[in-house]
Ligand binder design. Structure first.
Ligand code: AMP
Ligand code: FE
Ligand code: FE
Ligand code: ZN
Length: 279
């Protein structure tokens, strides 16, 4: 079984529609794939229909923006109730804050470069909340930078003059909400040093106490050393280990199926999730 538990579509910052992600997953020889757009479940319905047509298993998921030790932490949740009031309240707070923050960043960039809010909106799907990837795409379209990666390295960097933060709940609080919503929580790319400083073992222990279920160990942003550290931590804390691509279409070099999750692990996730996420 080939299972990839982390992908993005046009409802967040991927470049394929939810249906196209399912078709691409089938073409990549996957048996099951999770759609995990940032802070939304808007793609689930289209993905479910396309997955049925393609004859591939869909794992419904979301990648939540959270904060821990002053750092940005991405938390994957699988199979939670998409209508859970607690989760919906937090995601709408995050999305509102993201919208304000994106306008601030574009305004700052517009003072030094020929880029407008309309240019940025033109890069995002109708349901997407504007994030740095869309600003990056607008910078690329305007010929200001070569690609998304270059934009992130320079103009969109948290260390640069154009960056603005957005609201994100504490990771442990969101883990508890995910559990209450019947979902299974996995810390996404916990050793991704390229995204800023990583959180320490003590913080991951606290997450485990709060109900974290797994660590996304096999991910291209976790170095081999980090993957060893995380494997040890997972076994000490009784967490499952997942592997995923974090596919974003043409928005990132990550290819579908480049990292995989064992079927036993997916079975454990499904067994632990208590919600029946029917739409
Ligand atoms: P934001 O949440 O708006 O601050 O933007 C962060 C998002 O941008 C992440 O979820 C990634 O999907 C994407 N991202 C982060 N770093 C890069 C990069 N170097 N190249 C392309 N996309 C990136
Ligand atoms: Fe992303
Ligand atoms: Fe992420
Ligand atoms: Zn992701």
């Amino acid at each position: 079984m080939r299972i990839d538990l982390h992908t993005h579509s046009t409802v967040s910052d991927g470049t394929d529609s939810p249906a196209e992600v399912m078709e691409a997953a089938r073409a990549a020889g996957l048996d099951a794939v999770a759609l995990t757009d940032h802070d939304t479940t808007a793609g689930w319905q289209d993905a479910a229909q396309a997955a049925a047509r393609a004859g591939i298993g869909l794992v419904r998921g979301t990648e939540f923006s959270t904060r821990c030790q002053g750092r940005s932490v991405h938390l994957l949740s699988y199979l939670h109730d998409p209508l859970d009031p607690g989760l919906l309240a937090e995601t709408s707070k995050v999305r509102d804050s993201r919208a304000v923050r994106a306008r601030i960043m574009v305004e700052r960039l517009g003072q030094d470069f020929p880029i407008t809010w309309d240019d940025v909106e033109a890069q995002a799907g109708p349901e997407a909340t504007i994030g740095r990837p869309h600003i990056a795409d607008a910078l690329v379209a305007a010929g200001i930078v070569g690609d998304r990666t270059a934009a992130f390295a320079d103009l969109l960097s948290p260390r640069g003059p154009y960056y603005e933060r957005h609201y994100a709940p504490l990771t442990v609080d969101l883990i508890q909400l995910v559990r209450q919503a019947g979902g299974f929580a996995v810390f996404a790319h916990p050793g991704a040093a390229s995204r800023g400083r990583i959180v320490d073992d003590a913080a991951i222990e606290e997450m485990a106490d709060a109900g974290l279920g797994g660590l996304e160990v096999r991910h291209r942003d976790n170095s081999p050393e980090q993957q060893e550290r995380l494997k040890g931590l997972a076994s000490r804390l009784g967490l499952v280990v997942t592997g995923s691509s974090d596919y974003h279409g043409t928005g990132k070099p990550n290819r579908l199926g480049e990292n995989l999750t064992d079927v036993e692990t997916l079975d454990a996730i499904v067994a632990c999730a208590t919600a029946t996420p029917l739409l």
